[in-house]
Design a protein around this ligand. Structure first.
Ligand code: HEC
Ligand code: HEC
Length: 384
């Protein structure tokens, strides 16, 4: 027993030093935490100054939405972690969203976007967001026509894409280019992993070895993004607002309908079935994509429905072995990840781990809002 403990302590030590020098763990095939480089830029949407400037304006512009009241920034506020600091996001006027708003910071690196990975790039994500019923609720042709009547946009679209009139698909490309500038890759952890051993406090270094060892976080939050981009059910409790907030209930029920679940489920379901909606596999009930951990200092509350208000609550949830969920009929879901189990962390260890989570966030990224251009009548077509 004693010997076994010594060996595991030794192994934990090895894991930490392996992570520190950027090697794969011995005896495990998950990639270690690593400093984050530059985001990938797709060949068919290269960056340019005009495009980034345009994308920034469009990110703020509520005219890319149904009644010209709700733009990206409405639910991704720079001073709320580029997210929305309530459990469930605000929704299109007349609705409450059914999930927590995610930060757009570092979304440029993600191949699976949204809580259940339903978009594969910033371009396709932006289109879903602006047109989705409980988000932007915009109609593509109307939005495109609005852009055509804004001279400054005509000019910037021409400079960026070479077209005479703005195309709505290019609006999503410009927004994606802007998002590719919202990068958070110089955190204390990045500095530490690049060799600056003073970038973390001794408490954070202890927290890091718990993250990589006893607490087992590295199993899913791994690599440079601290996510494996896979899906798990942790048993996060259902959103309280589905019990007592009428508008939130309406959206929750509407989403069941829109996602085509069975009649019985539509009427009875009590919790967000997550990845299940995408493939209707029972085994995927309640699974969500592992989120990255950079910038989380600024993005409370946490989880797909904002169940936890600070990082300590999150760590205590894991320490207790996660939760369990019942979707319809009083039977607990059987697909909770076996990686989620009571951790036996002492109070001091919980604090060390929470302190380490802070190292995933550096300076807050706040930029000035752009000035939005006005509509102006189009000149009459040239006669010939
Ligand atoms: C009404 C609120 C609302 C509006 C408007 C909105 N979003 Fe979101 N956004 C959310 C919510 C909520 C989620 C998570 C939804 C889900 O997973 O089902 C999200 C998710 C995202 C993500 C995914 C991040 C990740 O980690 O996967 C990106 C990127 C994003 N939004 C960008 C945008 C852009 C760009 C626009 C404008 C075109 C926009 N959003 C408009 C609320 C909104
Ligand atoms: C089995 C894979 C897995 C393990 C192990 C795991 N996580 Fe997670 N983590 C997830 C998933 C999946 C979510 C989102 C769950 C949801 O919303 O229902 C998440 C969410 C989080 C969040 C919230 C992020 C946000 O943006 O809302 C934090 C913080 C976090 N985990 C930290 C940790 C820590 C610390 C550990 C170790 C004690 C850990 N995780 C272990 C998969 C995992």
């Amino acid at each position: 027993m004693k010997l076994k403990m010594k060996i595991s302590a030794l192994l934990a030590g090895l894991l930490v030093s392996a992570a520190a020098v950027g090697m794969a763990h011995s005896g495990s095939n998950v990639p270690p935490l690593a400093p984050l480089g530059d985001p990938p830029i797709p060949l068919d949407n290269k960056q340019s100054d005009a495009k980034i400037k345009l994308g920034k304006m469009l990110f703020w512009d509520p005219r890319l939405g149904g009644d010209a009241s709700t733009g990206c920034v409405t639910c991704h506020e720079p001073d709320q972690g580029w997210a929305f600091s309530d459990s469930l996001s605000r929704g299109y006027p007349g609705t409450v969203h059914w999930r927590n708003s995610q930060t757009v910071i570092n979304s440029a690196y993600l191949g699976k976007q949204f809580w259940t990975g339903s978009a594969s790039s910033n371009e396709s994500q932006a289109k879903s967001a602006a047109t989705g019923a409980v988000a932007g609720n915009g109609e593509s042709d109307v939005m495109e026509m609005r852009l055509a009547f804004i001279p400054e946009y005509r000019d910037l679209f021409k400079k960026s894409f070479g077209t005479e009139y703005p195309l709505i698909a290019d609006a999503w490309k410009a927004i994606a280019s802007f998002e590719r500038t919202l990068i958070h890759n110089n955190t204390p952890l990045d500095k530490y992993l690049r060799g600056d051993k003073k970038a973390l406090t001794p408490q954070q270094v202890r927290g890091m070895s718990l993250f990589n060892g006893k607490a087992g976080c590295i199993a899913c939050h791994n690599g440079a993004l601290a996510t494996d981009e896979k899906y798990y059910n942790l048993g996060v409790p259902p959103a309280e607002r589905w019990e007592d907030d009428g508008l939130a209930q309406i959206t929750f029920r509407y989403e069941q309908y829109a996602k085509g679940v069975t009649q019985k489920m539509y009427r009875k379901i009590k919790d967000d079935a997550g990845l299940y909606y995408r493939n209707k596999e029972k085994a995927d009930m309640g699974k969500f994509r592992t989120p990255p951990l950079r910038y989380t200092k600024y993005t409370a509350p946490y989880m797909h429905n904002g169940s936890f208000w600070d990082l300590k609550e999150v760590v205590e949830f894991y320490n207790a072995g996660g939760g369990s969920n019942d979707f319809t009929d009083g039977t607990m879901a059987k697909n909770k990840s076996p990686l989620i189990k009571p951790l036996g962390l002492s109070e001091k260890e919980v604090d060390d781990l929470v302190a380490f989570l802070d190292a995933f966030s550096g300076e807050e990224l706040v930029i000035e809002a752009p000035k939005l251009p006005n509509y102006a009548p189009l000149p009459p077509p040239a006669s010939n």
